[in-house]
Design a binder for this molecule. Structure first.
Ligand SMILES: *[C@@H]1O[C@H](CO)[C@@H](O)[C@H](O)[C@H]1NC(C)=O
Length: 119
C-alpha cells in the first residue's frame, strides 16, 4: 500500500492543505518515515514555499538520497535562504554522500554570489 498517488494528486492540485492532510494521515498510520512518502511530502512542501516544514520533514527522514538533498538545497537557494543553504551544504559534506552533477551546480551557487542565477 502506498500513498504515492495521493501525493501526486496533491502536487497537481496545488493544495497545500491537501498535502498537510496526507501528512497527518501518513503520520497516523506510521508511514511518514517511509522514504518514498516522506520524500514526496518534502517535495510538496518545498513546491509551495513551505521550506521550514519541508526541512523538518527532511530531517526526519531515515534515508536521504542525493535527490532529496538537491531538492532542499535548491529550495533554499531559490527562496533566498542563504544562511540555511550554506549550513545545509556543510551538512551535505558531512553526510558522506556523493554529489551528482545537480548537487555540484547547487553547491556552486551556494559558495558563489548567485547574482547571475538562471531564474
Ligand atoms: C542528479 O539529481 C537530480 C535530482 O536532483 C536528477 O534529476 C539528475 O538526474 C541526477 N543526475 C545524475 C547524473 O544522476
Amino acid at each position: 500500500m502506498t500513498l504515492a498517488p495521493l501525493l501526486k494528486l496533491c502536487l497537481h492540485s496545488g493544495y497545500v492543505w491537501a498535502s498537510e492532510a496526507v501528512h497527518g494521515y501518513a503520520c497516523k498510520i506510521g508511514l511518514d518515515s517511509d522514504e518514498f512518502v516522506g520524500g514526496g511530502l518534502v517535495n510538496i512542501y518545498l513546491k509551495f514555499g513551505k521550506v521550514k516544514e519541508g526541512r523538518v520533514l527532511f530531517e526526519e527522514m531515515p534515508e536521504r538520497d542525493v535527490v532529496l538533498w538537491n531538492l532542499m538545497l535548491k529550495a533554499y537557494l531559490d527562496m533566498g535562504f542563504k544562511e540555511e543553504a550554506v549550513e545545509l551544504s556543510s551538512a551535505f559534506h558531512r553526510s558522506g554522500l556523493y554529489p551528482n552533477e545537480t548537487t555540484l551546480r547547487l553547491l556552486d551557487r551556494v559558495s558563489g554570489d548567485d547574482s547571475e542565477g538562471d531564474k
